[in-house]
Design a protein around this ligand. Structure first.
Ligand SMILES: Cc1cc2nc3c(=O)[nH]c(=O)nc-3n(C[C@H](O)[C@H](O)[C@H](O)COP(=O)(O)O)c2cc1C
Length: 349
């Protein structure tokens, strides 16, 4: 198996090296190279996989949860849901049906899903398009083209989300767009006042002189491309840098052709997992039309602001994610990933 996962960079996986005539377990391990390309909160990549003889399991990796930003593990679960979507798309691409059992062992809450492998099947045009999108997708935090998103596509996204028991609310009016910008600003403001939040963020998002826990070695910019507030030498300087984030996010929100909230009816770990699956399907679907997305999720991390987003969306269930989408102006380079071999669990004897 080590040989199959030899590349240290999953983005560079060569699909021609898929072990067509190998054991199913090795083929499933190969598919993990694509699962790990999913987005994750602070690029934490909080997942582990166990390939079996006729199935593959995905686990939450609690050691990579963010206790300050994400104390309930909600965004960790959403990230794992996104990886599950990539995994199934890769399994389909390499010619198998995959059937998901959610939380198959109630006594083992970190075992999130088991994907049972069904019959052989020939990947169709739709499978191929989603598979290509996995490799092209990036969180794009630059301004988008001003071109509007087709109405018809909005309807498809709402329908797609409903397949995962999720709702989507498009933020249409200028007043609501401005309210979202205010919520994001307020969330930044509150998080910047919290040294524990800043320390956590710093340990995950790389700065020039160290490699952060997620394996990235970015320079002094935050995950959104602005100067890293955690490297500011004083509280005053940190707040100044924070203002750069706030202004940049307000500009991005005001100039985005489309902004939406994705939510669920309940607020359980299974709802979070399914929200992650839904959002990744949506992002991969729009990517095939050259439309990109980025997350503006801070208001969902603060209970009072999350409640305000829910009210604005006019739903009874909680919001899980806020995203902006639009036509991209170019392809950026990918953020780094851990080597796939780090996330494959050994088989039980
Ligand atoms: C649940 C979740 C929440 C996220 N929240 C934010 C956010 O609030 N702001 C942001 O800029 N990126 C956010 N991201 C995007 C991650 O930072 C991004 O996926 C990660 O850095 C990897 O980069 P990539 O998506 O380009 O592969 C979020 C991603 C997930 C899955």
């Amino acid at each position: 198996m080590t040989q199959l996962l030899s590349s240290n960079d999953p983005w560079k996986t060569d699909e021609l090296t898929f072990p067509r005539s190998g054991r199913l377990q090795d083929q499933l391990a190969f598919c993990v190279n694509y699962a790990v390309l999913a987005p994750s909160i602070h690029n934490t990549q909080p997942w582990l996989f166990r390939p079996l003889d006729d199935a593959i399991e995905i686990f939450a990796d609690r050691s990579r949860q963010l206790p300050v930003t994400d104390p309930d593990g909600r965004e960790m679960m959403i990230s794992c849901g996104a990886a599950l979507t990539n995994l199934i798309i890769a399994i389909n691409h390499f010619g198998y049906e995959g059937w998901v059992q959610y939380r198959p062992e109630p006594g083992n809450p970190d075992l999130l899903a088991r994907v049972r492998i069904g019959r052989r099947r020939v990947a169709d045009h739709w499978d191929e398009s989603l598979f290509r999108s996995i490799l092209r997708r990036r969180s794009v935090r630059r301004p988008f083209q001003l071109r509007p998103i087709p109405r018809d596509l909005q309807r498809r996204l709402i329908w797609l989300a409903s397949e995962y028991t999720c709702w989507v609310h498009f933020v249409e009016s200028e007043a609501d767009r401005s309210r979202i910008a205010t919520f994001v600003e307020e969330a930044h403001h509150q998080q910047l006042q919290n040294p524990a939040y800043q320390a956590e963020r710093s340990s995950w998002i790389g700065s020039g002189d160290h490699r952060s826990r997620n394996g990235s070695n970015r320079d002094s910019t935050d995950e959104t491309g602005a100067p890293d507030v955690t490297r500011s030498t004083s509280d005053g300087a940190a707040l100044e840098t924070g203002k750069v984030w706030q202004e940049r996010d307000r500009d991005l929100i005001q100039s985005s052709p489309s902004l939406f909230v994705l939510g669920t009816s309940g607020d359980s770990p299974l709802d979070w997992l399914r929200a992650g699956e839904a959002i990744q399907r949506i992002i991969l679907l729009i990517e095939s039309d050259n439309i990109s997305a980025s997350f503006l999720n801070q208001p969902c991390q603060i209970p009072e602001l999350r409640e305000q987003v829910r009210r604005m969306s006019g739903r009874s269930g909680p919001p899980q994610l806020i995203l902006r989408i639009g036509y991209n102006t170019g392809v950026g380079s990918p953020t780094s990933r851990r080597p796939t071999s780090d996330v494959i669990m050994p088989q039980q004897p």
